[in-house]
Every structure is written in structure tokens, then in C-alpha cells.
Design a protein around this ligand. Structure first.
Ligand code: KIV
Length: 274
């Protein structure tokens, strides 16, 4: 790891934008890292894009540790942030510290992320006191989908915008080193970014944030069940993959794969003497 939480802060101070992408496995983490991305988020979005669960509610600590450790092995420079899954920190401060510790010790993350504002400030404070950096996450918080009533843009009324601003200050005050702002109006995100000293990482929150995060499968076009408005596809990798699979299928069936160069030859005389 060469990017640290201090790097995040100094990038904000210098006005340099921070790039973050999700990854859930070793191979992808290596590619993301080699591309020079500053940070890899092992998001609980793996419930959607890796496990096909439809939401993040059923994602477990074991899932996060399993995928986090794979990503940590592939990331040489990027800061690895691992999501705390639903109900790993909501019930108590004790749960929060113990489970954050497992994501660091067993998942080998460099930091953890959890959802919520003022209501989780005591948990952020306790995890940070245990020497574990915390990234907060406010706005649309997907673990709360059942309480929120769906994946909806947040902060659209004066009351909810005020609450979001208060939450941003609460998580900063509790010791978070960064805060993800998800699905909020761009003007509100710019205001939060200007008021906080810690960096804001936006997803569906406009260009005024200090950094941006996207879900890997969304930005590559390999997950197409649902594409939020804020996603830009930087490549159509899904089409490339389907093309390759179809070509493989054709070559297997017409006998052109494997070709002689893909085969091992028996040493002279071996088969004759069987
Ligand atoms: O789980 C995730 O991938 C996230 C991002 C959407 C920020 O939390």
C-alpha cells in the first residue's frame, strides 16, 4: 500500500481528485491497482454484482472477509477499504469494533466503511479509537433499502438536505477520514465538500466532490440488471466477454480448438510400447 488515509487528506488539500473503484477478487484488484487507481472499495455491492442477491442486506462478514482478503493480495498501491455489512455494526459499539477488527485482521483491509450519519457517530469514534480508519457513507445508504422504501435520491427537501449536512459534520467530528456521498443533488454535495476538511467521495453526487467511486461491473458494462443514471460505461466489456465465449463455443464445436500448438506431444516410442 502506498496510498494511505493521509494521502487522501493531502490530495483534498491540494485540490487533487481521488479515484476509487470497487473490486471483489484478486485479478480485478491487480488490474485496478496497475491502472493507478487511488483506492479500491470492497463494497457490499458484491451482494448485487457477484452473488446476484438483488440487494446488500444478506451480505455476511464471511463474504466481506473472503473477498476483502483476495483484493488485499492484489492491491500493491491502492488503499483497500472494506465495507462493514448490514448488522455488523448497527446493534452495538462492541459489534462495530469487533467486526471492524476482523475486516482488518482477516480481510487485510487498510480501512473500513460503514453507512449512516449522526446515529452511527459513536461507532465511528470507537472504531477510530481502536486505530482503524473509517470511511463514512451518507445519502442513499443501500443497507437501509427497506427503511428508505427503495433506491431513491436523498437530500431533495430542505429538511433532508439540512440533515445530510449535519450528518456530514457528525461523521467528520467522529473521526472519519473520508465520506461517501451517494445519490444526492450535485449542489448539495458541492456544499458538503466545501464545508468538510475530510474528502468526499461521490457516487451520483456530481463533480463537486473531492473524489469519485463507481461499481466495477457498472463502469465496465458487465452487470446490466439495473444501471443507475449516474453510471458512465467506460467500456463495453460485457459485449467483449460474450463475444469471446461465443467464439470459444464455435471453436470447440467445429474442432478448431484446441489446435496443435495447444497440445502436448507424447515422447517418441511411448505409445508404441503400450
Ligand atoms: O457497496 C458499494 O459498492 C458502495 C458504493 C456504491 C459506494 O458502497
Amino acid at each position: 500500500m502506498s496510498v494511505t488515509v493521509s494521502t487522501f487528506l493531502s490530495m483534498k488539500q491540494k485540490g487533487e481528485k481521488i479515484s476509487m473503484i470497487t473490486a471483489y477478487d484478486y485479478t480485478t484488484a491487480r488490474l485496478v491497482d496497475e491502472a493507478g487507481i487511488d483506492s479500491i472499495l470492497v463494497g457490499d455491492s458484491l451482494g448485487n454484482v457477484m452473488l446476484g442477491l438483488g440487494d446488500t442486506v444478506s451480505v455476511t462478514m464471511e463474504d466481506m472477509i473472503h473477498h476483502g482478503a483476495a483484493v488485499a493480495r492484489g492491491a500493491k498501491n491502492a488503499l483497500v477499504v472494506i465495507d462493514m455489512p448490514f448488522m455488523s455494526y448497527q446493534a452495538s459499539v462492541y459489534d462495530a469494533v469487533v467486526n471492524a477488527g476482523r475486516l482488518m485482521k482477516e480481510g487485510r483491509g487498510n480501512a473500513v466503511k460503514l453507512e449512516g450519519g449522526a446515529e452511527v457517530a459513536d461507532r465511528i469514534r470507537a472504531i477510530v479509537a481502536a486505530q482503524i480508519p473509517v470511511c463514512a457513507h451518507i445519502g442513499l445508504t443501500p443497507q437501509g433499502i427497506n427503511a428508505l422504501g427503495g433506491f431513491k435520491v436523498q437530500g431533495k427537501t430542505a429538511d433532508s438536505a439540512r440533515k445530510l449536512l449535519e450528518d456530514a459534520h457528525a461523521v467528520e467530528e467522529a473521526g472519519a477520514f473520508a465520506v461517501v456521498l451517494e445519490a444526492i443533488p450535485a449542489e448539495l454535495a458541492a456544499r458538503v465538500s466545501a464545508e468538510l476538511t475530510i474528502p468526499t467521495i461521490g457516487i451520483g453526487a456530481g463533480a463537486g466532490c473531492d473524489g469519485q467511486v463507481l461499481v466495477n461491473q457498472d463502469m465496465l458494462g458487465t452487470f446490466t440488471d439495473f444501471t443507475p443514471k449516474f453510471v458512465r460505461r467506460f467500456a463495453e466489456v460485457g459485449d467483449v466477454m460474450k463475444g469471446a465465449y461465443a467464439e470459444y463455443d464455435r471453436c470447440v464445436k467445429d474442432g478448431t480448438f484446441p489446435a496443435p500448438e495447444h497440445c502436448y506431444a507424447a515422447p517418441a516410442g511411448v505409445l508404441e510400447n503400450l
